[in-house]
Design a protein around this ligand. Structure first.
Ligand code: PRX
Length: 667
């Protein structure tokens, strides 16, 4: 039987495996049946203004909007004329609603503070305490000259202060640009330059899998490449950890200790009334060109989008302890560690370190310790836990869990079933949520009280989301026909543009398929209308749920003195979803050695960050190109994946190139 044939049978069997919403969800969730979902969905599509206007009533507005939606494709403005503040909604409003003493953030550090298995130090920060901390830092930022409309770069470990920093920016109307702590100094320099950011908030370091990540040193290194930055605020994280004596370099006049900056600041800092369309943050993400793009999100629509999806998808109740394991440096951290849960008055758990430190039971120990009830993580983590074995899970009492979520990449049905049975004890519904940095909020997802789930599909669109599968001309595909995933109507949390590059917004998202937002993903819809995401169809690869541009890695490779040309493709990877394969031609006189392979892998890690380290480096005499000189990535992908080339190769300039690559492969 051919692979394709057995794959088709396998997937149709999976589609028959349907899990109805558990009865208690069908009783108590916000949406209680498929019928109710369909009615609400129809209303949200037929009259988005009325639907979202009603939803927005749950937020606090300094001034109500005049118009819910102003849509001049491809430009949307939401809640035009409205004024609000995101930090006010996450803090002051919650205190007004009686949650002042409730835990806003539960934080656990990575190093174990006592006996093995005892966990790290834990901080419980109430909404009132969080507000005080945010106000003091906000006043500190003002003292350093930060104004409404500025960009503040945040490069921090997963400590509660990262959330404080983001909320402090939001409070005074400065846009934050958070850079994931795993990125290198070059990545920091590029992003600081592009965002025109004069100030960086960082820490001396962070703990990760037992090692120290030298964040401040990375920033120092980055600032050798740009003279843009005037001030660095440094949180003492490592230096203040018990038994640690960690030295960092210090530049007088430029570097400021966080604790000194906030020491004498008032805990009162009025929240700046922001226009609904003012930028809340810029977040860089990889695209199909070399340079990451600064995705711009606004205040009103974004907050509403994440607020509503958090409530409906995760079914948050007052006493839930909610844990999204994403790092704050990614969109999932922005939307579903911070803004979504806090704007709903929920307790959000933050963990500083690695899932397998000191061993694979860390997450399960934490769920037991903090009585986590809603848990949201990535398929790649689930696969790693599966491989490690269920004995790490079985040591712990996970009965506090009542709902599980996944995000970031397609989840294979086997991992889905393991998650359901082993982690969820067969009783917790799973929400497989599809969305992107650009979408800001979850767009395709089950609702736990309403949507029957099937392993491997993100199921149905959220309210107001007009998702479809089309071909390149925009024609809608029939059931189970693969095509491109597009969104045909605006949604509140959609990106408003690419920072510093307005033309690219149109070119990148609204040009490939006329008149609609193109996601870059391929997908199909089954006969029930469920969306099955197949993965990216552009030059973006998804490694462990982290998004990387192939051209970004190629640029890093050719920046090495030994490399003449490079072509990078994604390949299937059992654990990471996708791995990185690089085809490299060398400069004249350079020898293709094992040592050079290792050097190039390390080099890419240094240029971008270790998440971008290639899995394979393959030296070749030349790269296959079309007559017009374009590298034929599809062929390389075939070769890296199957070890052979299928399909049409007639436009190849030099057939020998493929033949040689193949010989090497067999050798
Ligand atoms: O390919 C899709 C995949 O992740 C891409 C977006 O990556 P990023 O902007 O980094 O955001 C990740 C977290 C929201 C998408 O284009 N993706 C995300 N969620 C899913 C997914 N693929 C399949 N199923 C999902 N649930």
């Amino acid at each position: 039987m051919s692979d394709a044939h057995s794959g088709a049978i396998e997937s149709s069997l999976q589609e028959q495996r349907v899990f109805p919403p558990p009865p208690e969800f069908a009783r108590t969730a916000l949406v209680k049946s498929t019928e109710e979902y369909r009615q609400l969905y129809k209303r949200s599509i037929d009259d988005p203004g009325a639907f979202w206007g009603e939803m927005a009533g749950g937020l606090h507005w300094f001034k109500k909007w005049d118009t819910v939606l102003d849509w001049k494709p491809p430009y949307a403005k939401w809640f035009v004329g409205g004024k609000l503040n995101v930090s006010y909604n996450c803090l002051d409003l919650q205190i007004e609603r009686g949650r002042g003493d409730k835990a806003a953030i539960l934080w656990e550090g990575e190093p174990e503070s006592g006996m093995p298995g005892s966990g790290g130090s834990v901080h419980r920060i109430s909404f009132r305490q969080l507000k005080d901390q945010v106000c003091r830092l906000a006043n500190g930022l003002k003292e350093l000259g930060v104004k409404k409309g500025d960009r503040v770069t945040i490069y921090m470990p997963m400590v509660a202060e990262a959330a404080v920093a983001m909320l402090a920016c939001a409070r005074i109307g400065a846009a934050h640009s958070v850079i994931f702590g795993g990125f290198s100094s070059q990545a920091i320099a590029d992003r600081v330059e592009d965002a025109q950011s004069d100030i960086i908030i960082t820490a001396d370091g962070g703990f990760r899998r037992g090692s120290i990540v030298p964040l401040k040193a990375n920033v120092d290194e980055a600032l050798k490449k740009t003279d843009r930055v005037k001030k660095i605020i440094v949180l003492e994280r490592i230096g203040s950890a018990p038994g640690k004596d960690f030295k960092i370099d210090w530049v007088e006049g430029r570097d400021v200790w966080w604790h000194e900056l906030v020491r004498n600041q008032s805990t009162d800092c009025p929240a700046e009334p922001m226009d609904a369309e003012d930028t809340l943050f810029v977040l860089y993400t990889s695209g199909s060109t070399g340079k990451p793009k600064g995705i711009q999100h606004t205040t009103g629509g974004y907050l509403l989008g994440v607020n509503i999806t958090t409530r409906y998808v995760f079914d948050l109740k007052e006493d839930d302890v909610y844990w999204c394991t994403a790092d704050i440096g990614w969109i999932t951290g922005h939307s579903y560690v911070l803004y979504g849960p806090l704007s709903n008055g929920a307790t959000t758990l933050m963990y500083e370190g690695a899932p397998n430190f000191p061993d694979f039971s860390r997450f399960w120990a934490m769920i037991e310790r903090h009585r986590v009830s809603v848990f949201y993580t990535a398929p790649t983590a689930i696969r790693a836990f599966m491989r490690a074995g269920r004995e790490f899970v079985d040591r712990h009492d996970l009965r506090s869990l009542r709902l599980l979520g996944t995000v970031g990449e397609p989840i294979n049905p086997e991992a889905w079933m393991w998650y359901r049975e082993v982690i969820g004890g067969g009783r917790c519904p799973i929400v497989d949520t599809w969305w992107q940095t650009e979408t800001g909020m979850i767009l395709i997802t089950p609702l736990p009280g309403a949507t029957p789930t099937k392993p491997g599909t993100a199921t149905l669109p959220f309210f107001g989301v007009d998702a479809a599968i089309v071909d390149r001309t925009g024609k809608e595909m029939g059931p189970n026909q693969g095509g491109l995933l597009v969104i045909r109507k605006p949604w509140p949390a959609m990106l408003r543009g690419i920072f510093n590059d307005p033309d690219r917004y149109v070119k990148q998202y609204w040009t490939d398929v006329p008149g609609v937002y193109f996601t870059g993903d391929g997908a199909r819809r089954d006969a029930d209308g469920y969306f099955w995401i197949m993965g990216r169809v552009d030059d973006v690869i998804n490694v462990s749920g982290h998004r990387l541009g192939t051209m970004e890695i190629e640029s890093a490779l050719v920046a090495h003195e030994a490399v003449a040309e490079a072509a990078v493709v994604g390949i299937p990877h059992e654990m990471k979803g996708q791995g990185i394969a690089c085809f490299v031609t060398l400069e004249h006189g350079r020898k293709p050695t094992e040592a050079l392979k290792k050097e190039l892998i390390t080099w890419v890690g240094k240029q971008i960050g270790s998440l971008a380290k290639p899995d394979q480096i393959r030296f070749t005499e030349a790269l296959p190109k079309t007559r017009s000189g374009k590298i034929m990535r599809r062929l390389l992908k075939e070769l890296a994946t199957h070890g052979e080339v299928r399909g049409d190769t007639t436009t190849l300039e030099d057939f020998n190139v493929i033949a040689k690559l193949k010989e090497q492969d067999e050798g």
